[in-house]
Design a protein around this ligand. Structure first.
Ligand code: GTP
Length: 361
């Protein structure tokens, strides 16, 4: 590999995100908002930080959402192109479908992870080992929902086990963290005309054929934003400083609070940090936003209402005296006066909650 040549990246952004429903019924997973910015903006910022500015998005589902949120990413200092699948081609076919746009050593990222992994160090490791494909590995407490990856003492990849169920199959705590370096010459091994899986087909075949393939395991913040709980937690991590903010939230920052332009706030409305309040938000008398709250653009927080540990998308109306605690609220939701929405509740975009209702998980 030419170690000094800028690498390119393909981001896999074509999944339907079924585990993140109902949020993904209204918006594609790669662009669900994290602190009021699309998830992929954080990946683009990470790539840019490591000198990768030429990125292809492998898409097939709700492509218009993704284009609307990111465009060509020129405003982020990136060159962003789209490789759109007619039918979903899976994680292998998605990369294959982008193959004509890339060359050399390629980063491939799952479009649903938030991480600050040191991609420069990963690339160095790949080059030093003479690796042809390198997988970012992370240790996790409960590996059952992930793909397990075994390595030998030199880091060379051994067996793959996708989502093991029996305890005897849990032979390691390191899982596939969804970032790969792949020499593009290897993409010829992926079939062009049918869906395929990079995890279940491409990597196991490379290992079986003795192609030098390594696992790179380094400390980093890493979270798979696959389900609503992880989606909310990732934002709590950013607000609490457990995850590095690769991008500051939009708005004017002041000691852990960010407030967008064009809003109104009653004199006795309180924003308790950490908190992110979008543009054109109305904060009515005595309401409290935060700690740990994210309010989407155009939302209204009624008198005496409280929002804590919660994430609200755009144009949410919170009635007077309502209490929202550790929940996720989709766009255009109306929460009636004195309603209570509790921990772990996720409301689909457009939902209407009558006044004095209590919702728990
Ligand atoms: P679930 O339905 O909840 O499992 O989510 P998902 O559809 O996103 O699947 P998964 O989390 O396994 O996908 C891992 C990554 O691959 C995500 O970034 C997906 O967007 C992406 N992906 C999954 N299937 C496809 C596909 O058919 N084409 C492309 N281009 N990307 C895909």
């Amino acid at each position: 590999m030419a170690g000094d040549r800028p690498a390119q990246a393909v981001i896999l952004a074509g999944g339907q995100g079924t585990r993140l429903r109902p949020l993904t019924l209204a918006r594609a997973k790669p662009v669900v908002p994290l602190l009021n910015r699309p998830l992929l903006a954080y990946q683009l910022a990470l790539l840019r930080e490591h000198g990768v500015t030429d990125v292809v998005l492998a898409c097939s589902y709700r492509v218009d959402d993704i284009r609307a949120a990111l465009g060509d990413a020129g405003h982020l200092g990136m060159k962003l192109r789209y490789a759109v699948e007619k039918e979903p081609l899976g994680t292998g076919g998605g990369v294959k479908n982008a193959a004509d746009l890339v060359s050399g050593t390629l980063f491939v990222l799952n479009g649903d992870i938030l991480t600050d992994a040191d991609l420069t160090a990963m690339r160095r490791y790949h080059t030093e080992r003479g690796s042809r494909t390198t997988i970012f590995l992370q240790p996790v407490d409960d590996p059952r929902q992930y793909g397990l990856v075994e390595t030998d003492a030199t880091g060379r990849l051994g067996r793959f086990r996708e989502k093991p169920t029996a305890d005897a199959e849990i032979t390691t705590d390191t899982v596939n963290a969804g970032i790969y370096l792949i020499e593009t010459a290897l993409l010829g091994r992926i079939p062009a005309d049918r869906p395929s899986s990079i995890e279940r087909e491409f990597f196991p075949a490379l290992i079986a054929d003795g192609v030098p393939s390594y696992g790179w395991c380094a400390p980093a913040y890493w979270r798979d934003i696959g389900n609503p709980g992880a989606y909310r937690e990732a934002q709590m991590d950013l607000l609490a400083g457990r995850a590095r903010m690769l991008l500051p939230p939009p708005g004017q920052g002041d000691q852990g609070s960010w407030v967008g332009a064009g809003g109104t706030a009653a004199r006795d409305a309180r924003v308790v940090p950490p908190a992110v309040v979008g543009q054109r938000v109305a904060l009515h008398p005595r309401c409290q936003v935060g700690p740990a709250a994210v309010i989407g653009d155009g939302s209204t927080i009624g008198p005496d209402a409280r929002v804590e540990g919660a994430v609200l998308w755009e144009r949410v109306e919170v009635g007077s005296g309502a209490v929202l605690h550790e929940c996720v609220i989709g766009a255009d939701v109306k929460i009636g006066a004195h309603a209570r929405v509790g921990s772990g509740v996720v409301l689909e975009s457009g939902a209407v909650i009558p006044e004095r209702t209590t919702l728990t998980r």
